[in-house]
Each structure stands twice: as C-alpha cells, then as structure tokens.
Design a protein around this ligand. Sequence first.
Ligand code: FEO
Length: 394
Amino acid sequence: MAIKSIVKNLYNVGVDHWDRKIFDNLIPLPDGTSYNAYLVKGSEKVALIDTVDPEKFYELENNLKKLNIDNIDYIIANHAEQDHSGSIPLILNIYPDAKVVTNEKCKGFLMDLLHIKGEDFIVVKDGGIINLGDKTLEFTLTPWVHWPETMVTYLKEDKILFSCDFFGSHLAASNTFVEDEPKTILDAKRYYAEIMMPFRTIVKKNIEKLGKYEINIIAPSHGPIYNKPEVIINAYKEWVSDDVKNDVVIPYISMHGSTKKMVEYLTDALIEKGINVKQYNLANTDIGQIAMSLVDASTVIIGTPTVLGGAHPAAAYAAFLTNALRPKIKYISIIGSYSWGGKMIEQLVATVPNIKAEIIEPVLIKGDPDENAYNALDNMANIIYQKHKDMNLV
Ligand code: FEO
C-alpha cells in the first residue's frame, strides 16, 4: 500500500491485501482487507501503532524505508491477533531498541504466539500514557473486541482514536478516508457480525467507555479511516442495542425440493404480512451475509430436510454458527421435510444452547408438502406476524 498521510507526522504505513479471499480460513473477504499500521512521529520519539500480517511485512518495511525511518522507539500492540501483531518480531529485528508497548494480558499472548522476549515489553495499564514529545498516546483497555486483551490508543493532540479491530471493516481500498459511506458501514456491519456480535454487551460498555474522548478521527486497523466518527459510532450503538427489526432470516438447504417449496411458501406468506425476509440457500451462501442479517433480525427459521437420520450438515453448520454468534434474535424455529423419520428437531435445538430466543413450534412434514403442510406454514406465519406485531415491528 502506498503511504497515506493522515495529519502532520502521522502516516498509515500499512498494507492493502487486495486478493485475500478468506480470513481465519472461515470468514469470506469479498473485498479483500487491509492491515493498517500507523507511524506517529513525535518531536522526540517515534511510535508504530500495530503492524501487519507477516505475509505482507515486506510492504510495511518498504514504507518505513521510503519515509527514512531509521529509529522506532515504541511498537504499540493494541491486539495480539497475528494480522496486526505478526510482524512485530520482524520489526524488532530491524529496530532492536524498540519496545513493545501493550497491556499485561496482550504481553502474555504475544510471548506465547510470537515468542517475543519479556524484556522487550513496556506494560501499560488502563489510562496509561506514552509521551513522544509533542504527541501523547493514551491507552484504554477495551476487552473483548474481540479478544480479551484488546485495547485502543488515543493520540491526544490530534484527537485520533486508533481502534484496531474495533470499528474496522474488511476492505482493501485506495482511499485514505471513507468515501462510500453506505458501503463502508455495510462492510463494518459484516465485520461486527462476524467477530464482535458474540460480545455485544461488553462492546456496548466499551463504546460508553470511549465516550470520555473527543474524537475527530477513528483510525481502525482494517478498512478506511473515519473522519466523521459519529457515523460508525452511531451504527455500532444501533447494532449493540436491544432493538430488533421486522426481519426473518431463513437459512435453508434442500435435497429434492420439498424443503425448498416450504421455504418459498413461508417466505411469501411472511412478505404478504408485511414482514421482511432474508432467505439464504446454504448450498451457495457467503456466511458473512447470514451473520450480517443476524445483527438485527427478530426471527430465524432454519429449513432442512432429514438426512442420515438428522439435520442436513449444512443446516447443522448454520445452527452452530448462529449459536456461536449469539445474535439478539427473539424467536427461532425449524421447518423441513423427512422421508422416514429422524431426530432433526432435537439435534438442531441442542445445537443452539446460547440462543435465548423463544422456540416457535417447528413444522416438520413427511414427503412433499400438501395442503396440511401449507396450512401449518400459514399458521407459523401468523404466529410470527403476531410476535412481531406485539413488538410493534409490523
Ligand atoms: Fe484484525 Fe482480531 O484481528
């Protein structure tokens, strides 16, 4: 990535990873990603805030060379995950006098994950400060966005918050600051859904904690920089709130079409009642799309046939994922078709112990749907409509 100047003596020296297609071998990256690393040149000391995935270290190294940086005093580690910390040992090789500045928990992780020696660290507490001369960095612990050791760094003089994953988005882009606001917020929502949503309650507390700062710019370590911070802060406040929308998410899979007919019938019945439906065929769906839909949905209906005596593995995966992401949904159920029996319902219900939603009576039918099956789906649509109406959503 080209060096991107943010304000005087502050540069993004990180990297765009345009062609990365998957993160953690789990999360699809339709628009690649970036690892932003920020070089802060104070009048007396120089700090590097976060690094990059080691696969892209050479680009970070080139950027530091282009800026003629012959000394780094501090490497700030906001987060120990390797897409930000993985190049710290390589930076230490070039700048052996640099100290890694982080909190106690992050230090432990960095020693375990990267074998950085204890003497290379300066440990800071919540509210700790590092002085660079005419610039001051203050650290605030923001645990569980999305690991237990995560923290943010605030550049006091310029009122810039370096938030690492917090408020970030997986997006490789040539612009320094957000240009396409709706797209960036959607990307940030996807990112929130994939890694922050399970910790919604503590994320909410961390947003409140950051209220102490006057913030002009939020510089995350993924995606473009926000020069209108209120846009992303307000979006986060909505996502972490207890409010849900008039949305039903239907992840489904079908083998010979019976479950698909049920899904399509239920979808139409719900839409005709004024309810929004987001239907995902698990045979070809990007799981990030499902995660994003779960951020503010009220209801989830999983559609699956019975296969080998239980749920289709794709449906089991969707249920497992929903359980892991802990969305704030209020209602959940299952629809599907079987040929000779099985324990699909019990199996799927046992897969979602973290979900505190009320279970609506499932609709499980034998074979191809008939009039009775469609009546049962009409009944389910009526129940969902009434539930949404009771929440003043429809
Ligand atoms: Fe971008 Fe949790 O690392």
